[in-house]
Design a protein. Structure first.
Length: 403
């Protein structure tokens, strides 16, 4: 945790200010996040801001038990054990729901969703919530569209710093890290199929290419597919890629991305990894049904014998960068968790002003996080002169010009 803290200077600055100003005094905050050393530093920041904090795990395979134990010694309520089963996970989420949080921080919207189901009256009086993932925001917007979202939610995942650094650089590096830790395979010369070319898929494809892999991108969005092609990657359908890939990485946020039809085409020894939030992108039921035998050949590597061909599933189909590695580097989580802490403060500052719904993180907050990070890196940038600022504000394009 100390090692992570040294690489998180922006969060440290927020923590120092929170300790003096105590903007969260009297609040009960519940976090359903990955229980890691980086998250521990966020918890300490919120606690130093005056809040009572309780934490449960967003993924049973990402919990670092030593970090959880250290937080318990700090007096933080922690409900998380590495490799907990689904029943225990549900119990842990329920414990946070029972504590009646004023603010929730989610990675996948599990906590806030269960709160709506179990304690709708409590939700109506909450200060608000934040959400860290694309998948979680899809769930919350569906609730909002159905008229069931009872509190304001700040979409931390869609802040510019989060998208550019957490998704592209954080997941891009840590996904490849997880695959290499689990398998010790050589990426140089391998055919790596990246299914999904959003912010995260872009980072994964770049990282794999940087290590010498031949990257194939599969997409359903024509604009993203064209962008991948213009970036120099081969683009084709997932079924076409299935017969050629050595390593497959799903990163769509969707379901049923790699299915029986794909497994039937794959070569002997192919590796299947998921970097999307939930373990639904690879059809695990179909894979198990097709297998004549199944065994663990390495920790977190399950071999499925399809009768002459073997497919290797990593981390049981769960998010590989956290289950087989340590998630994003601390320097990336510095930006993400500084944004989370400031978003919590924003919810408190605007209590009663924001209605139920999914709201963007204020641009000024996003820019402040980036500015603090640049300061920590010793980087100075230019500023607009008063004349340039006035020009930018006053500029109106001529009728024949594109706005």
């Amino acid at each position: 945790m100390a090692w992570a803290a040294r690489q998180m200077p922006v969060l440290a600055l927020v923590r120092e200010r929170f300790a003096v100003e105590r903007p969260l005094d009297g609040l009960n905050i519940g976090l359903c996040l990955h229980v890691t050393a980086e998250t521990a530093n966020l918890v300490r920041t919120l606690r130093d801001g005056g809040a009572a904090v309780a934490l449960c795990a967003a993924n049973p395979l990402s919990t670092q038990d030593d970090a959880a134990a250290a937080l318990v010694r700090d007096g933080v309520e922690v409900y998380a054990v590495h490799s907990e089963d689904a029943g225990r996970y549900d119990e842990h989420v329920a414990a946070l729901v029972a504590s009646g949080p004023d603010i929730t921080l989610d990675d996948g919207a599990d906590l806030i969703t269960v709160l709506h189901e179990a304690r709708p009256d409590h939700v109506a009086g909450m200060v608000g919530a934040t959400e860290e993932t694309t998948t979680g925001l899809v769930r919350l917007r569906a609730m909002d569209a159905a008229g069931r979202l009872g509190c304001p939610v700040l979409a931390v995942n869609e802040s510019r710093t989060e998208r550019a650094f957490n998704d592209r650089y954080g997941t891009g590096q840590s996904t490849v890290d997880g695959i290499l830790r689990a398998t010790n395979v050589l990426l140089a010369g391998a055919v790596v199929v990246v299914v999904g070319y959003g912010w995260t898929g872009t980072g994964v494809a770049r990282s794999a290419h940087g290590l010498g892999a031949n990257v194939i991108v599969c997409e359903v969005d024509p604009i993203r597919a064209l962008e991948a092609r213009m970036a120099g990657f081969e683009v084709c359908s997932s079924l076409e890629a299935a017969a050629r890939g050595d390593i497959f990485i799903t990163v769509t946020g969707g379901t049923g991305v790699l299915t029986r039809a794909h497994f039937e085409c794959m070569k002997d020894g192919a590796i299947l990894a998921n970097a999307g939030h939930f373990d639904v992108e690879i059809d695990l039921a179909a894979l198990a049904d097709m297998a004549q035998a199944h065994r663990e050949v390495r920790p977190l590597v399950d071999e499925f014998d399809l009768g002459g061909r073997r497919l290797n599933l990593l981390a049981r189909g769960r998010v590989v960068n956290l289950a087989a590695a340590e998630g994003h580097p601390s320097a990336v989580m510095d930006l993400s968790f500084a944004t989370q802490a400031l978003a919590v403060e924003e919810l408190v500052r605007r209590r009663g002003e924001l209605g139920p719904g999914v709201h963007p993180v204020p641009v000024a907050l996003d820019r402040e996080v980036a500015r603090l990070k640049l300061d920590a890196l010793g980087v100075t940038i230019d500023e607009l002169t008063p004349e340039q600022a006035a020009y930018a504000r006053a500029w109106v394009p001529a009728p024949h010009e594109d706005a």
